[in-house]
Design a protein around this ligand. Structure first.
Ligand SMILES: NC(=O)c1ccc[n+]([C@@H]2O[C@H](COP(=O)([O-])OP(=O)(O)OC[C@H]3O[C@@H](n4cnc5c(N)ncnc54)[C@H](OP(=O)(O)O)[C@@H]3O)[C@@H](O)[C@H]2O)c1
Length: 306
């Protein structure tokens, strides 16, 4: 097994999977490229993956056409429907594939009017944003700060928080200021290592909750009021010297939350959530998509098409 940069991505033949009991199969047309996908190739997951034989297929988001329904799968979807799914990759099982088999609860319809590429940008990060907000459990009118707000996760947090009736303070570089305002942030502060102080200038008492899409961890604690909550997305869990609740967010907790995934679909259809595709690549050029992601500054999601 060779680990490395984007160049280790290659097209391989794998056995065609079939839907088992409770599962459905998707003929994948689009798979989003997420930061986590790059860890499969670098070897950052080597310890976790060693029980599974290579090849390793990355990818946590798929959209395409439902083409098999397994026995007893509880779904109102039919073969031929355009669907999107969250995927938990394991070994040769990942969304960068022509076919993927997933639990029926991981799947819902593609939002009306959305392409498969657009839909593929939603399940994993939309559910992560939803989980963050559910754990922070703020009431309408309370204040949430969001960092990395121009990013995929941060952008969905901003939009879902506004739909939940929260006041949102978000960070942005000057180039992204308008983008983050357009996502619905009430106040935009400059991003950077001193962003906690910038947030405190807007909310002197501190914010009720903070969702850390920029992965700045402890640098952000000072923005949060005593008793507030902090959602972190790369496993950081403190310490905090103050009375704060830190929630390490792991989206796999929502793998089978079909109603939540379907609610995201509805929120796209009603205009409260927007889908952003930064570019599309044929499967054979997946390495190029990873190079583009690694270069930084991508706004919206890169998508691999099959
Ligand atoms: N735990 C889970 O279940 C889970 C699920 C989904 C995502 N995640 C994690 O969540 C993080 C965000 O994912 P994403 O897809 O939203 O990534 P993304 O689209 O690249 O967004 C990250 C944003 O943060 C910005 N940023 C990076 N460093 C920053 C800093 N020091 N200060 C301010 N802004 C900074 C980036 O700007 P530049 O592009 O200019 O660098 C970008 O706008 C990733 O680490 C991802 O792995 C975890």
């Amino acid at each position: 097994m060779q680990y490395g940069g984007p160049e280790v991505l290659e097209v391989v033949e794998v056995d065609e999977p079939h839907a088992g009991p409770g599962q459905v199969r998707i003929r994948v047309r689009a798979a989003a490229v997420n930061p986590t996908d790059t860890y499969v190739g670098t070897g950052a997951r080597a310890e976790m993956q060693k029980a599974d034989p290579p090849p390793y297929v990355p990818g946590m988001d798929a959209a395409g056409v439902l083409d098999e329904i397994g026995d007893g799968a509880e779904t109102d979807l039919a073969v031929g429907d355009h669907v999107m799914a969250i995927v938990l990759p394991k070994g040769a099982h990942g969304a960068y594939a022509e076919h993927i088999v997933v639990p029926a609860e991981s799947v819902t319809r593609v939002p009306a009017g959305a392409t498969d590429a657009e839909a593929a940008t939603l399940p994993m990060n939309g559910l992560t944003a939803r989980l963050s907000l559910d754990l922070l459990a703020l009431e309408p009118g309370q204040t949430l700060a969001v960092t990395g707000a121009a990013g995929c996760y941060g952008g969905y947090v901003v939009q879902l928080a506004k739909a939940d009736g929260l006041r949102v303070i978000a960070d942005a570089s000057p180039a992204d200021d308008q983008l983050v305002r357009d996502l619905g942030a009430d106040v935009v502060v400059p991003r950077g290592d001193d962003v906690a102080a910038r947030i405190r200038e807007i909310a002197p008492e501190g914010v009720d909750g903070l969702a850390d899409g920029s992965v700045q961890n402890g640098l952000l604690l000072a923005a949060i009021k005593d008793g507030g909550g902090f959602a972190t997305v790369r496993g950081w869990s403190g310490p905090s010297a103050r009375d704060l609740t830190i929630y390490p967010i792991w989206v796999r907790a929502y793998l089978n939350e079909q109603a939540k995934l379907d609610r995201l679909r509805q929120q796209v259809e009603d205009g409260s959530v927007t889908l952003r595709v930064a570019g599309t690549y044929p499967a054979a050029e997946a390495a190029e998509a990873h190079r583009q992601l690694a270069a930084g500054g991508t706004r919206g999601r890169l998508v691999i098409e099959f």
